[in-house]
Design a protein around this ligand. Structure first.
Ligand SMILES: [Ca+2]
Length: 201
C-alpha cells in the first residue's frame, strides 16, 4: 500500500482490519461480521470498514492517480510471486531492499529479446542473478518468495453494449494432473469495465 502512495497509518489500519477478519480469534477491534477464516475472493475486502472503495478501486484527485489495490492482489495463489509476470509494484513488496529501480530492472530484463526472437524469461529463480541490480543481498532476501511459473489463472469474460455490461469469472489451477476449475462466478462484472454512463439493468 505504501508503494501505491497510501500513508503508513492507512496501511496499518487496513492490515489490522484484514488480520481480524482472517484470524480465528474473535477478540480484535474489527470483528463485526468477520469471516474468521480465509477470504474467498479479493472483492470481499469491500466488507471491511477500513477498505474504502477509493483504496480498492483507486481514485484520481488533483491530477494524482492512486491505483486500486484490487489489481495487485489475489486470494488464489501458490504463495509465491511469479518473477516472469509480476508488476513493479508487486515486486517491490518482496523486500524493503527492492527499490523501484531494481524492480524496473527485472521488468526491463523480461522485455529484452532473447535468442529465439521472443522476450526473455527467467527459466529458474537463479536466473534473477543475471539482472545485475539484483545483488546478492536482494536475491537472498527474496529467493524464498518467488517462482518462475504461475499456478492459478483467472479469466474474466464480459459482454457489453450501450446499456448493459455483464460478466463472469473463473479461476483455474494448474496441477501435475492437468487443469482444474477452482472458482466460478457467473455474475461478475468488474467495476473498472463499466463506463460511467452505463449501469447494470
Ligand atoms: Ca478474527
Amino acid at each position: 500500500m505504501k508503494t501505491l502512495g497510501h500513508t503508513e497509518e492507512t496501511a496499518n489500519d487496513l492490515m489490522e482490519n484484514i488480520a481480524d477478519y482472517l484470524d480465528e480469534n474473535t477478540q480484535g477491534e474489527y470483528e463485526t461480521d468477520a469471516r474468521n477464516d480465509k477470504f474467498i475472493m479479493p472483492e470481499e475486502l469491500l466488507f471491511l470498514e477500513k477498505a474504502t472503495e477509493d483504496i480498492i478501486y483507486g481514485k484520481t484527485e488533483d491530477d494524482k492517480t492512486t491505483p486500486g489495490l484490487l489489481q495487485y492482489i489475489t486470494t488464489w495463489s501458490s504463495g509465491q510471486i511469479n518473477i516472469n509476470t509480476a508488476s513493479s509494484e508487486v515486486l517491490q513488496c518482496l523486500s524493503d531492499k527492492m527499490t523501484p529501480e531494481i524492480a524496473n530492472a527485472i521488468i526491463s530484463y523480461r522485455q529484452e529479446t532473447g535468442e529465439n526472437g521472443k522476450p526473455k524469461s527467467f527459466k529458474n529463480i537463479q536466473d534473477l542473478r543475471l539482472v545485475t541490480e539484483v545483488a546478492g543481498e536482494v536475491f537472498a532476501d527474496i529467493s524464498n518468495y518467488v517462482t518462475t511459473t504461475s499456478t492459478y489463472f483467472s479469466a474474466i469474460i464480459t459482454c457489453q453494449n450501450s446499456k448493459l455490461a455483464k460478466g463472469s469469472r473463473t479461476v483455474l489451477q494448474r496441477t501435475p494432473k492437468g487443469t482444474k476449475q477452482v472458482f466460478f462466478d457467473i455474475d461478475y462484472t468488474p467495476k473498472a469495465i463499466i463506463r460511467p454512463e452505463i449501469k447494470n439493468e
